[in-house]
Ligand binder design. Structure first.
Ligand code: PXP
Length: 239
């Protein structure tokens, strides 16, 4: 059965909108875990637009399931990760001007830098996942540079409008998940998934865990954090 890792970045977005100390992503993480989340995810961005260093350090002390730190492969972030020791680091590309992470890492063009980042994290026994598009060549390269897992970028599938585009994007995800599993890489998936788009993953047993944030936090604003997590967890567990 696939797991659900809940990304609480957008609780911090709400807090930072006013520059005050609520709502607290640490409290949201407690509620997500009480509702059954298998992990808590935060993205510490270079510009600190939502999650702050204080959140990451406090979550390390409070998360009981597992703490997944999304970050760019910069010296600053690697040094923070080596200090915090999350249960998993997911390396993501980061551009300051983007609204959210817009695409997967290009492991082929940045092989040396990513290999160095993976090794630096492994030195501190931190497993590493690479967030990549569902592309066979990228996946092979991820395996070659000793990544432990990949996270398949599901954004193209989620954003596709026509049924034909959606079918093609989902076919690429299936192929990518199977390829990664063949290479003995762990397989996570995420970005843009919601209470509808998740249903299509039924039967795709290669995926170990889904990483979902925005749709859960949006529902939490209406029905509460625990209910929103339970609703998604039920869908993930039915896959
Ligand atoms: N996975 C990665 C690597 C991400 O960057 C994000 C967005 O922070 C997510 C998953 C979650 O995406 P969403 O908030 O759209 O569910």
């Amino acid at each position: 059965m696939a797991g659900l890792a809940v990304n609480v970045d957008h609780i911090a977005t709400l807090r930072q909108a006013r520059g005050i100390n609520y709502p607290d992503p640490v409290a949201a993480a407690v509620l997500a875990e009480l509702a059954g989340a298998d992990g808590i995810v935060v993205h510490l961005r270079e510009d600190r637009r939502h999650i702050q260093d204080r959140d990451v350090y406090l979550l390390r002390k409070t998360v009981l399931s597992k703490l997944i730190l999304e970050m760019a492969a910069t010296d600053e972030m690697i040094s923070i990760a080596r200090d915090v020791k999350p249960d998993l680091v997911t390396l993501v590309p980061e551009k300051r001007e983007e609204l959210t992470t817009e695409g997967g890492l290009d492991v082929i063009s940045h092989t040396a830098a990513l290999e160095k980042a993976v090794a630096a994290l492994h030195e501190h026994r931190i497993p590493v996942s690479l967030f990549i598009d569902p592309d066979k060549n990228q996946i092979e390269k991820a395996g070659q540079i000793d990544a432990d897992m990949i996270e398949i970028h599901t954004g193209t599938y989620c954003e596709a409008v026509s049924p034909a585009e959606k079918d093609a994007a989902f076919a690429a995800i299936i192929e990518a998940a199977k390829k990664a599993a063949q290479l003995n890489l762990g397989v996570n998936a995420g970005h843009g998934l919601c209470y509808n788009s998740i249903k299509r993953f039924k039967g795709l047993t290669e995926i170990d865990e889904f990483s979902i944030g925005h749709s859960i936090i949006a529902r939490a604003a209406m029905v509460g954090m625990q209910q929103a997590v339970k609703d998604m967890l039920k869908l993930v567990q039915e896959l």
